[in-house]
Write a protein that binds this ligand. Sequence first.
Ligand code: ADP
Length: 445
Amino acid sequence: TANAKDSAPAKSEGEKAADDDEIEDVGAQSLLNKLIRNNLVNTTNQVEVLQKDPNSPLYSVKSFEELRLKPQLLQGVYGMGFNRPSKIQETALPMMLAEPPQNLIAQSQSGTGKTAAFVLAMLSHVDPNNKYPQCLCVSPTYELALQTGKVIEQMGKYYPEVKLVYAIRGNKLQRGMKLQEQIVIGTPGTMLDWCSKFKFIDPKKIKVFVLDEADVMIATQGHQDQSIRIQRMLPKNCQMLLFSATFEESVWNFAQRIVPDPNIIKLKREEETLDTIKQYYVLCNSKEEKFQALSNIYGAITIAQAMIFCHTRKTAGWLAGELSREGHQVALLSGEMQVEQRAAVIERFRDGKEKVLVTTNVCARGIDVEQVSVVINFDLPIDKDGNPDNETYLHRIGRTGRFGKRGLAINMVDSKMSMNILYRIQEHFNKKIEKLDTDDLDEIE
Ligand code: ADP
């Protein structure tokens, strides 16, 4: 009631948690990555392939022509601006398109071409003359399912006989009806209902089963069981494909339950390194002093574009305000924003419309803004228990292998505690973090 609200303490526990440590939503993170990604991730790493039958020859293609795709699909692929298969597609596509169909578990980071690969496989395997579902694709969230659907529509642009339907909550069908679309894409719960409870889909007629974003999938209670229950209804000869950006033990165990006799393809992430980064710290006593130091730095050196990380939304909002007052064009990325809004902010920053991006830790996880030359940790990254978050530190300021340009990282320290965190980070990476005197800034340029 209104009364209870009025007398309630300033902040509920939930709000506090959201403030200090924005709750991580892996589904939203994954969607954000998709929305801001407009081309392939560069990689120099080789794919690792583990074949079900190690004696069978391993095919890999350097062109889409070699795949003998239907002309309508080849046209669709080129229409999307793809010239040649990505690293993972080189081996994944021939495997997925082989006769008889092969099962596959594939792991590679977001942006390496997995979605495009399985979409092409689904489109290649359906028979448009058969007016019933032949491919099922499960995604962890409604929004991610829509994104994949868009790729199907783009790639299938010249193959309009193939139809697509979304098995997502809210898409209510009449009882007793049978679907005519060849491809069904959706979330596990609704997909399972459509296969078993409502029988809109005859699972025995499915030729290809795709499980996308397995790592995000298992983060949601129930998705794992639902996916396994769908899988069990499918015929033995149905092609099973599973994709994931990461491969922890739990994902791997799940993958093996979904995909029998798999071929396995893995593409390692580019290693991140601090070798090309100059790291500094600045000693202050308060957040106001940290802001003053930041102003001094801006006054002394030319900074093309900087990302500034804060621990809480509150600090991020405050700092963005202060910087704007000083005349900077500031973009703010914050946890209460919708994923689409965040994507728009990142897009503008990438286009150079703003020169400073202020963000909270969780918000920026997994985002690469390649051209950023200066990273400022207004607060050092720590985990829930207050220990240094080395992984986040490395990801924020590290550069990947050969693509990395030189960079500058500045850490703001304002207490004994944060000094201790800094020492531990320094120790962990065994790389010196130099002290910077912001009243005398000649050294850093
Ligand atoms: P993932 O599923 O691994 O995140 P996507 O399939 O979504 O990767 O591909 C990432 C981006 O690269 C998308 O914008 C996609 O259109 C593009 N892409 C995919 N394959 C190719 C290719 N062979 N050539 C050029 N761009 C590609």
